[in-house]
Design a protein around this ligand. Sequence first.
Ligand code: AMP
Ligand code: MN
Ligand code: MN
Length: 324
Amino acid sequence: MNLTEASAALQSAHTVLIVTHVRPDGDAIGSMLGLANAVRALGKQVTAAVDGGVPSFFRFLPLAESVQSELHEGAWDVMISTDAADEARTGSVGAYGFANSKVVINLDHHPTNPMFGTWQLVDAAATSAAEVVFTWLEHMGLAYDETVAMPLLTGLVTDTNGFRTSSVTARTLEIAHTLMRRGAVLTAITAKVLDAKTPADFALWQRVLPKARLEDGVATLAITLEDTRSVGLNEPDDAGLVTFLLDVEGIMVSAVFKEHAPDEVRVSMRAKRGYNVSDIAVSVGGGGHVQAAGATFRGTLAQAQAQLVPLLHEAVARGDREIV
Ligand code: AMP
Ligand code: MN
Ligand code: MN
């Protein structure tokens, strides 16, 4: 990691842009907001932006209202991209930022990151981009309050699914401990970002669960545009189903295929410890982590399943049941 170079670039900057990945999750918003609030406290002029803005369920985070949903003007000394597996994942605000920033810092934890940008703070062993932000703030010796601690703990909690993934180590819990000491409230985060389900989420589960297929260690589920519309969700979402399917005894990999358009399918995949879905995602142009990966597929739901389901079965055959 270019900790020294990135710190020097940040410290000499007056204006800083922070962006994250499109369709942001808790780590995307948490790492972006935690860093934005810490850098603001240094007296820098900070712009934070993500396409479409902060999803409603993360708006409880401090200064979430300061995040812009689009960018059409401005130029920055430094742009920082957080939790984006590649450049394209930073969306329109990222494209504008790349064209109008002198230095780009790529802060991430995806093993598939192609190392874009001027300086890289990429740690594939980190549980979350929020953990990388924590390490960076520690390296710079910055003191901070709950406006930083709360978003960072949100990133840790979401990307570890509540400290359950194999990426969790004693250090992860030490970081959580430090963040709680600095004012982050763990139960507020788990209740809001892990447990809460909207009535539309519930209606989706009720409607689509009968379609789930569990076969030879692989669980799959297809969600059509009609499913999404009929339950009143604005955007196709699995509402946590991909993780729920993986919890079934004997299931080693799970995948939810979400129809976004008649020729566009987004697939979310999860794997138990010892099994790998990242290779499958990469083979169809996506990315992610060994146990949680995703991709956007050009084609119909049936085509996406025809191509990927055999690969999911191969992943089960290649995996190591003993590790689990
Ligand atoms: P999801 O299933 O959407 O929660 O994504 C699981 C993991 O895969 C996350 O770490 C994402 O950042 C990553 N991921 C999802 N979709 C893509 C994509 N199209 N390209 C690269 N990485 C992705
Ligand atoms: Mn993310
Ligand atoms: Mn992440």
